[in-house]
Ligand binder design. Structure first.
Ligand code: MRU
Length: 366
């Protein structure tokens, strides 16, 4: 996608120095556009844990490049690669793309007969993970576009109102995004579309990131407080909801940013279609019961009790709660499959159940 008219991915190898991975450091958005240079697996683990990069697809791509940096550092010591894999996997628990990318790297690197071959294989794999992520998101856009087109056909030129949560945009992937890909495709096809951007407390990925990237692409949007979503649905101001996911079971249960479940409940009560957009790298083919089995990240209470913002050219953090009150910070929740209208994947749209998912991905059916 474009920033100030220039095309950017969210992560890439530095063109004139293959030992350096460059990434957009999202901690400074929307106020400053900062590119970070990452040289070691340790630095990549920090970037994932501290959310310089975030979002399921980008976490996976970053882990892929992290393993490439580990291969450079490790020379011929396989044990170091195993340790690097464990270090990366421990950074964030919910997005399954992380372990998927690390395992893919370990399998491919093992084919290298010496250090040079291992590094070359790790680079090729990291690039494939990133390229596939971008291509899968592009395809999600094409399939989701048809859903928006169908709704637009009934609106006599009035904009299709899409509600989204958190940031499942290009910043959460390598390019395009999952939930935003159909929106960008619709906008680029000159279908009138407007996005309700839920701010997504506590880290505000909606108001900070989704609003910024939609704005850069010229997509009309309005930021709302998370709690406004149900109200808008009751007033027929939402035509469909599209969210992303960090891990979806092969039975259709969807883990996504905390608050997604409440939006799904409100959508059900108001007959608003609720879609989840995901590349196949976000399916967990081993789990059946998302509520019982998906690990939910718990982060620092500080993120709930304090807010970060921009003041006179500086990033500042302010207290918004009694300093002595305890707080809990659950990063994700699980929306059960029966609340999900459909899944938009790179292979098409399917029902959120085992039958529908396996019909699109027959190679995963047992
Ligand atoms: O904690 P984050 O910002 O990494 O969480 C991101 C989300 O929950 C997104 O909605 C999700 O990753 C789906 S899109 C990749």
């Amino acid at each position: 996608m474009k920033v100030d008219g220039q095309h950017f991915r969210t992560i890439w190898v530095k063109p004139d120095d293959e030992g350096v991975v460059q990434l957009i450091d999202q901690r400074f958005l929307p106020h400053r556009f900062v590119i970070e240079e990452v040289r070691t697996v340790e630095q990549m683990a920090t970037a994932i844990r501290e959310m310089h990069v975030r979002g399921a697809g980008l976490i996976g791509a970053s882990a892929g490049y992290g393993m490439y940096l580990a291969a450079i550092e490790a020379a011929e010591v396989d044990e170091q690669l195993i340790n690097a894999a464990a270090q990366l996997k421990a950074t964030r628990p919910t997005a399954v793309n992380l372990s998927w990318a690390v395992e893919r790297q370990l399998k491919n690197i093992a084919d290298g007969k010496n250090a040079t071959e291992k590094v070359a294989l790790a680079l090729r794999t990291a690039r494939s993970i990133a390229d596939e992520d971008a291509e899968h998101c592009r395809m999600i856009g094409q399939h989701g576009l048809e859903l928006i087109r169908e709704i637009a056909g009934k609106k006599a030129g009035r904009p299709v109102n899409v509600l989204t949560h958190c940031n499942a945009g290009w910043l959460a992937f390598v390019d395009y995004g999952s939930a935003t890909a159909p929106i960008y495709a619709a906008h680029d096809s000159e279908l009138p579309v407007h996005v309700w951007v839920a701010e997504t407390r506590p880290r505000s990925q909606g108001s900070k990131l989704t609003a910024w990237e939609l704005g850069e692409h010229g997509v009309p949007h309005t930021i709302i407080a998370d709690s406004a979503s149900g109200h808008l649905m009751q007033r027929d101001a939402v035509d469909l909801v599209i969210v992303g996911t960090d891990r979806t079971t092969h039975t259709g249960d969807v883990a996504n940013k905390i608050g997604t479940y409440l939006k799904a409940l409100a959508a059900k009560d108001n007959d608003v279609p609720f879609y989840v957009a995901l590349p196949s790298s976000s399916f967990d083919w081993t789990l059946r019961d998302g509520i019982k089995e998906i690990p939910i990240e718990e982060r620092s209470a500080r993120e709930v009790k304090q807010a970060e913002g921009w003041l006179e050219g500086q990033q500042v953090e302010v207290h918004i709660a009694p300093e002595r009150s305890p707080a809990a910070n659950y990063g994700f929740d699980v929306t059960p499959a029966h609340l999900v209208t459909g899944l938009i994947t790179e292979r098409g749209v399917c029902e959120a159940n085992e039958k529908g998912i396996h019909a699109l991905f027959p190679e995963q059916a047992q």
